[in-house]
Ligand binder design. Structure first.
Ligand code: PLP
Length: 378
């Protein structure tokens, strides 16, 4: 079985699993309890907070643990909107964000907020100058992602951060696909709020985090107890938090060597595909891209057929297109980039990670010609 769908989720890292098992056995306490059982786990939660904060360049006190990246996005956008309503009602985002951002903005639109969705160019990049011009005196928030989940394209986050700082507007960055894969630095990049998710980097599903830098006004989504400094009620997912801390520690130690290793595999895969199927084309900027991701259009073919045929060979990849009422609908991200519908419908995302090897890439390239030949004859 070959897994090349790391942007969907990653397998739990064996060291992470080892690290969390005690928290399902003897270390079961509630971190809010002041007795020994509570104290035992409270320390572990705070150690994890330091690890995660260290990886993304913020203070531990600026880190709020959540249940997932989607919750972090919702909390950042709705929380800032609610707390800053008296300052303005305008939010700027981009047309290629994850649904957690797009649908949070859509919800706010119904609540009377004005949303600007910035376009992207053919490479999937947003123009910082266009963003600058869109900021007005009612603008309270810019929400722009770090790395796109479908194409891996990296936005000019540093420039966006500088513009937002200069104009006194909060900057939320959905870094769910970037954290642990490329350097992310909230302080150095002027990021005010940052979303991340554990299951993309070797922690289990059900743990995420939101950075909220000091001084940012934000209303909570969940009301209840005083957990997370009154910003997110609910007894902490202790094992999840410990897992996220461990995953971030591993990422800090291994990120640069892993990125280089995986990029080499990704590039080899890309070159191999282009040699086998010259009509194929890469979607997204060639350089400004995650080292792990290749979004390739097999023009003339239907991505889902290719995906199913690869699956029959034990290879898991994904397509951005979705089948809706019997017809294949092209990915909104590729549509926003101006990729023509025929190419978009043939687009497949290969996203690589820790477990992938050169042998796996070779195997994929070995089975691909026959699959493509079969599909072309249909
Ligand atoms: C860019 C981006 N943002 C947010 C999310 C949502 O994260 P989660 O699955 O933890 O809710 C994802 C997940 O695919 C993502 O890729």
């Amino acid at each position: 079985m070959i897994y090349m769908d790391y942007n969907a989720t990653a397998p739990v890292h064996p060291e992470v699993l080892e690290a969390i098992l005690p928290f399902y056995r003897e270390q079961f306490g509630n971190p809010s309890s002041i007795h020994w059982a509570g104290r035992m786990v409270k320390g572990a939660v705070e150690k994890a907070r330091e690890e995660v904060a260290g990886l993304v360049g913020c203070a531990p006190s600026e880190m709020i643990f959540t249940s997932c990246g989607s919750e972090s996005d919702n909390m950042a956008i709705k929380g800032v909107a609610a707390a800053n309503r008296s300052k303005g009602n305008h939010i700027i985002t981009t047309s290629v964000e994850h649904p957690a951002v797009l649908n949070s903005c859509h919800y706010l639109e119904h609540e009377g907020y004005r949303i600007t969705r910035l376009p992207v160019d053919r490479d999937g990049l947003v123009d910082p100058q266009e963003l600058k011009s869109a900021i007005g005196d009612q603008t309270i928030l810019v929400s722009a992602m770090f790395a796109n989940n479908e194409t891996g394209v990296l936005f000019p986050v540093r420039e966006i951060g500088a513009i937002c700082r200069e104009r006194g507007v909060y900057f939320h960055c959905d870094a769910v696909q970037a954290v642990g894969k490329v350097p992310v630095d909230c302080r150095g990049m002027d990021i005010g709020l940052l979303s991340l998710s554990g299951h993309k980097i070797g922690a289990p599903k059900g743990i995420g985090a939101l950075v909220v830098r000091k001084g940012i006004k934000l209303h909570p989504l969940l009301h209840g107890g005083a957990q997370e400094r009154n910003r997110r009620a609910g007894t902490e997912n202790v094992a999840g938090i410990v897992a996220l801390g461990k995953a971030c520690q591993i990422a800090r130690e291994e990120m640069s060597s892993e990125a280089a290793r995986v990029q080499q595999l990704r590039d080899r895969l890309e070159e191999g595909i282009m040699a086998i199927f010259p009509q194929a084309s890469l979607n997204g900027h060639r350089e400004n891209r995650l080292p792990t991701t290749a979004n390739i259009s097999f023009t003339g073919l239907e991505a889902d057929s290719l995906l199913l045929n690869l699956d029959l060979q034990g290879i898991a990849v994904s397509s951005g297109s979705a089948c809706s009422s019997g017809t294949l609908k092209a990915s909104p991200v590729l549509a926003a980039m101006g990729v023509d519908p025929a190419s978009a419908k043939g687009s497949v995302r290969f996203s690589l990670g820790r477990t992938n090897t050169e042998e796996e890439v070779n195997y994929l390239l070995g089975v691909l010609p026959e699959i493509l030949q079969r599909l072309q004859q249909k």
